[in-house]
Design a protein around this ligand. Structure first.
Ligand SMILES: [Zn+2]
Length: 175
């Protein structure tokens, strides 16, 4: 039989520790939820997306739910910093990491479901690691509302994403 009060106190102590005191996914302060599969503390907003990914994550409230001793021990062993050392190991310099109250759905799916930033997919890293990446994207036109093909250039050094409106004259805009 788990000692409920004791386990709750351990969790409330754990969530105050550096790393755990901010949501593992968006950095919101004082997360109230935890994924006991991943061993991380997350905010209510991010918790919603974790609930949609039962194959990779399961969540409980650290204040309201029942916690078994073994799960509490697992949370103690893991925590946000060690989890992010794995799941955010290779986040590309240009990748926008959502902040508190942003839409976190695709970020969390990329991180845990598709494991895009663990470094285990060399084909993804190859593009991300180059200093300049040139490719195409489809941008919705302001007037015609149809999607137009654009060349874009990512520059790691300048920390910019430029896209070219017309290939022939090379005018460009910034996203
Ligand atoms: Zn969050």
């Amino acid at each position: 039989m788990a000692n409920l009060e004791r386990n709750k106190k351990i969790l409330l102590d754990l969530v105050k520790q550096p790393g755990n005191h901010l949501c593992a996914d968006c950095g919101a302060p004082e997360p109230d939820w935890a994924s006991y599969v991943l061993g991380i503390f997350v905010c209510l907003n991010c918790c919603g997306t974790h609930r949609d990914l039962p194959a990779v994550s399961r969540v409980k409230s650290i204040r309201l739910d029942y916690w078994e001793d073994s799960l509490v021990e697992f949370m103690r062993e893991r925590g946000n910093s060690s989890s992010n050392a794995v799941y955010e190991k290779c986040v590309p310099a240009f990748f926008y990491q959502p902040q508190q109250k942003d839409c976190v759905d695709q970020w969390i799916r990329a991180k845990y479901e598709r494991r895009e930033f663990t470094g285990e997919h060399p084909y993804l890293q190859r593009e991300y690691d180059s200093d300049i990446l040139e490719s195409t994207l489809w941008k919705k036109g302001k007037v015609k509302k149809s999607f137009l093909k654009r060349t874009f250039l990512l520059s790691r050094k300048e920390f910019t994403l430029r896209y070219f409106v017309r290939e022939d004259v090379g005018t460009c805009g910034f996203l």
